[in-house]
Design a protein around this ligand. Sequence first.
Ligand SMILES: Cc1cc2nc3c(=O)[nH]c(=O)nc-3n(C[C@H](O)[C@H](O)[C@H](O)COP(=O)(O)OP(=O)(O)OC[C@H]3O[C@@H](n4cnc5c(N)ncnc54)[C@H](O)[C@@H]3O)c2cc1C
Length: 272
Amino acid sequence: MQHYHYIFTGSGLSALMTVYEMLLSEKFDDKSILLIDENTKKVNDRTWCFWDENNLFDEIVSKKWNQAIFANEKFNRVLELTPYQYKKINGLDFYELVFKKISENKNIHFLNLPFYETGTVKKGAISLADVEIIVNLLTELKPHQIYVAGDLADPHGTHKVCLDAALAAIDILKNEAWMKDCRIWMYRGAWKEWEIDHIEMAVPISPEELRNKRNAILRHQSQMESAPFMGNDERLFWQRSEDRNRATAELYSQLGLASYEAIEAFVQYIPV
Ligand SMILES: Cc1cc2nc3c(=O)[nH]c(=O)nc-3n(C[C@H](O)[C@H](O)[C@H](O)COP(=O)(O)OP(=O)(O)OC[C@H]3O[C@@H](n4cnc5c(N)ncnc54)[C@H](O)[C@@H]3O)c2cc1C
């Protein structure tokens, strides 16, 4: 079971403010923090106004006032608020600020591959620059396990392009000493499971973990929409994924093996 040093139930203003200050202080860098919320915090559910005499949250302040007017029909007086200001921030800007700070954590890396970061929907071709970024990260981390999306259905799909870039990097590094202790696992995407006789690692998933997986999928905006090329299948991504994991578990059960709620299946990639 995973243990955490700090758990926040509800990632609202209080929790996110606290976590933000904890991260800024750098005193908790070796501590694990779990944030639990029923809400993905992806909409602007409120705005906050507050008094300030410093530069608190200036990068996300959407409006500020230096003066106030105290008035009725007969009386009108402008009040200078200096040294204070009254400031407004949008809830969503605050959530994004804190989540960005969290994602800057040292144990999380974003690749930002040039082929993907074109700024448009159309992606560029994979190049040596993409491969080099992965080579550098793997060389720095020397991981014991690498998980890659082995979704081979669409050769131009992002999954396949990323896989090509990762495998090209692995090919460059395959003779490094640390690679002897490193296993590369391929998992399947929403469309198709590995054939049962190809599966080399089957990880049981409990009902609770399956719910966690569903929520993780739903945190990704693009996965909340229906698939663009769904044919006759109208299921959303999380439904496809859950059905697939359940079907794999059912297959194992039918083969006389242990029965589980769901199973995630992996195939090992061995560079030659
Ligand atoms: C429209 C609006 C405007 C406001 N404007 C101001 C303002 O201008 N200035 C000001 O100082 N204050 C303002 N407030 C008040 C301020 O938002 C609250 O005081 C503050 O958000 C309280 O912080 P909190 O962390 O306790 O609660 P919240 O920020 O509400 O966070 C609680 C969190 O718990 C989560 N949660 C609830 N139940 C569960 C559950 N069962 N399981 C998992 N997660 C759960 C919620 O999704 C939420 O993310 C405003 C409030 C609202 C609604």
